[in-house]
Design a protein. Structure first.
Length: 743
């Protein structure tokens, strides 16, 4: 049974009507830019919501529906002086002026607030009386404050430094704003590093400036269109605020890679003497076909994240999937149109010395570095395989000490207003005033049983240093829903706060034992705890899902059971090594300062799962490109060893260049200030580097040499599988033996 995927026909049609295709993409690009300008800000959120309704979500829903309505954002303005105290008149006048300017922003921004001079509440003043806090309640729900906090921040920034006073602010909306700002700066820094380095590598690979610019342009196009789609679909459901960082990273990586492989194959076919449109069609039948299946493997790997019942994973997965899909579509349509328009002018502006050799490269010629590597590896395949596998396993060993969580506000860059405010608030007051634990109680909350249980609970945690004294129990008019607010000291996302919530839930079970009431713990820290637990619980499910789908796809594409098994094992080795290095550098602090990274006690909870999905997909990229070329040659010659050598030398330059581009892009992301991006960029970079070097140059040829023709073994019982060969037709336009039609 053969199925025809006519990538050749698509390429030929687009090459013959270049201006129609280019015009269509120009309209898409213009629409995307318009959407970004008008709608992107409303499509992004810092909120994390759950779809499986964990305890913290049930607590929040209960309180919003039956007690108080949507929870507002709470901010705290901090005013301090180095030589005045709150008892001095200039201090009082300054606080009054700042408080008045904030209040003047209007009821649509500020719902309420207070200060020491209104209430004489000593808890609003530090022990040395040189610092006071102004608690504020933002108007509307917490998510609304992300849009209205700007005016408050401007007022604080304007007052900071006046008459020697230090004015800071911290709270949920301020933290979100600062994370957004730093994330955007990290994205710009990453692109400023990744784009020039990518262009330099492309020039070296192609030996011509025009050929180098095209993949970079398609990568940027993929990014803009994907962000435009986020702006569009974000009107229906919001995306995580750093989806744009992910799109920028993935768009440059795969957009450049896919174009690189297709352009290289086109130039190779032209070098063999094919006419322009025939060369484009031949590249479409082979390289474009491999790009399609390669992109499909990336999409399948990303689909696994949709299983996790948290909106942050799902929004990042959808954003990345759209980026990959656009990159594939542009490579299969826009790129042939550009090649059809340029023809051999794609080789214009050749680079002296390397330009001629790059354009006229002959892969039939034996010898060179990669031939030498292949001969050495295939001469001692068992030794090579065991040595490299042992190295990767050794690098993966630190993974056993992996500890996930969230680094939180403490990892923001020094000088960030919310971090400085947090440190002062935590040192002299309690940050828990901003993000308390919320104990939601349903039952007869005014009855003696519930009242006694609440008293037992407050007594049991009175000596726990993680908690500040609770606020009085609130109840709704019906008396069947109550709220006990317990300020939690420290960073609400850090491990001590998470452990405090665990202890609180244990104490609640004891205090309310036998009481006819349901008790739920909510609040920011409880939400983080449930988020971490969700991630941990669903990770094995995602792994099985992704591995299973990838195995099925590769079995169908390569008509072999051995190829997918080998590919999965090798990819797991490179992913495991990346995990181990991540723990070694960030958790254990080995070499982190040399690389400019923060040393933290945890790996961000979303990073390992995200790395697995992305790395598995990107690693399969290289396997599909390499194996499709090996299989194409094997179909022509039936010589396994020679096919491996040919596949390696014909893809080595491209894969090495593509890997270096990815490392540059991911390295640029890793140079950001947010530790989550440092971990993500570093993990992706080292895994791609390992996969494109020792895995591809040693493990793949060693394993294929040992297995020989068994590499392509498919049981007769599976002969009914459709033929969707990634290698397409053999060179010269003939049908590959046993293969599928490419056009």
């Amino acid at each position: 049974m053969a199925l025809s995927l006519s990538t050749e026909g698509i390429s030929r049609a687009c090459a013959r009507r270049p201006w129609t295709v280019i015009g269509g993409w120009a309209l898409i690009l213009a629409a995307s830019i318009a959407l970004i300008a008008t709608s992107l800000s409303g499509a992004l959120t810092t909120e994390i919501a759950f779809t499986n309704n964990p305890e913290s979500q049930r607590a929040q829903n209960l309180l919003e529906e039956r007690l108080r309505g949507p929870e507002p954002a709470r901010e705290v303005v901090i005013i301090r002086s180095s030589d005045l105290t709150v008892d001095d008149k200039p201090f009082e006048d300054f606080v009054g002026a700042v408080y008045g300017e904030i209040g003047a922003l209007g009821s649509d921004v500020i719902a309420g607030g207070t200060n020491y001079y209104e209430t004489k509440d000593e808890t609003l003043v530090s022990k040395d009386r040189r610092t006071t806090i102004l608690p504020l309640v933002m108007a509307g729900a917490a998510v609304d404050a992300n849009d209205t906090i700007g005016g408050v921040l401007d007022t604080v920034d304007k007052a900071n430094g006046v008459d020697g006073f230090q004015v800071l602010i911290t709270g949920g909306a301020t933290l979100n704003h600062d994370f957004d700002t730093v994330a955007e700066r990290d994205l710009q820094r990453g692109e400023s590093i990744g784009v020039p380095v990518a262009l330099l590598i492309l020039v070296l690979v192609f030996g011509a400036v025009v050929a180098a610019i095209i993949p970079l342009g398609l990568g940027i196009l993929s990014i803009i269109v994907a962000i435009g789609l986020v702006a569009l679909f974000g009107q229906a459901f919001q995306f995580s605020f750093f989806v744009t960082n992910v799109i920028g990273m993935i768009g440059l990586a795969v957009g450049i890679d896919y174009s690189l492989f297709i352009i290289s194959r086109y130039r190779e076919e032209r070098g063999r003497g094919l006419e322009k449109h025939d060369a484009i069609a031949a590249a479409g039948a082979t390289a474009s076909r491999a790009v399609f299946f390669s992109g499909l493997t990336v999409v399948l790997a990303l689909l696994g994240m949709l299983i996790v019942p948290a909106t942050v994973f799902r929004s990042l997965a959808v954003g990345a999937i759209m980026t990959v899909a656009i990159a594939v579509l542009a490579s299969l349509t826009l790129l042939p149109a550009i090649l059809g328009l340029l023809g051999d002018r794609v080789n214009a502006l050749r680079v002296p010395i390397i330009g001629r050799g790059s354009v006229e490269r002959d892969y039939e010629r034996r010898g060179g570095f990669w031939d030498a590597v292949t001969k050495l590896v295939t001469r001692y395949p068992a030794v090579s395989l065991v040595a490299v596998a042992a190295l990767l396993i050794a690098l993966a060993i630190p993974y056993v000490d992996l500890h996930t969580g969230s680094a939180g506000v403490g990892t923001l860059p020094d000088g960030t207003r919310s971090k400085e405010g947090f440190l002062i608030l935590e040192e002299e007051f309690s940050f828990g005033l901003v993000n308390p634990a919320e104990v939601a109680i349903t039952g007869d909350v005014r009855g003696p049983d519930v009242q006694a249980a609440v008293k037992r609970l407050t007594v049991s945690i009175a000596d726990d240093p993680a908690f500040s004294p609770p606020a009085p129990l609130q109840a709704n008019e019906a008396g069947d829903v109550g709220l006990l607010s317990l300020p939690v000291r420290g960073d609400p996302t850090a491990e001590p706060a998470i452990q405090a919530i665990e202890r609180l839930r244990e104490q609640i079970a004891i205090a309310f034992a036998g009481v006819d009431a349901e008790v739920l713990v909510g609040g920011h820290t409880a939400q983080n705890m449930d988020y971490f637990n969700n991630t941990t619980d669903y990770t094995p499910i995602v792994f099985v899902f992704v591995l299973g789908l990838s195995f099925i796809l590769l079995t169908v594409v390569f008509r072999s059971l051995i190829v997918p098994i080998k590919a999965i094992i090798m990819n797991l080795l490179s992913v495991g090594a990346a995990y181990g290095l991540l723990v070694l550098v960030f958790q254990k602090g080995v070499g982190n300062e040399l690389l400019g990274f923060q040393q933290v006690d945890i790996i961000e909870a979303w990073v390992p799962l995200w790395l697995f999905s992305i790395l598995f997909g990107l690693s399969m990229d290289y396997h599909v490109f390499l194996l499709s070329r090996i299989r194409e040659r094997f179909n022509q010659t039936g010589d396994n060893s020679e096919s491996v050598a040919f596949g390696l030398r014909s893809t080595a330059g491209m894969i090495t260049g593509a890997a270096l581009i990815m490392v540059a892009v991911f390295g640029g992301i890793a140079m950001g200030d947010l530790v989550m991006f440092q971990q993500m960029g570093f993990g992706l970079g080292v895994a791609v580097l390992l996969d494109a070097t020792i895995v591809r140059s040693v493990l793949v040829p060693a394993a294929m040499e040992m297995l020989g023709k068994a590499n392509w073994w498919l049981p007769s019982a599976l002969s009914w599988l459709p033929e969707l060969r990634a290698e397409g037709r053999a060179e010269g336009g003939e049908r590959a033996p046993g293969g599928a039609e490419a056009s």
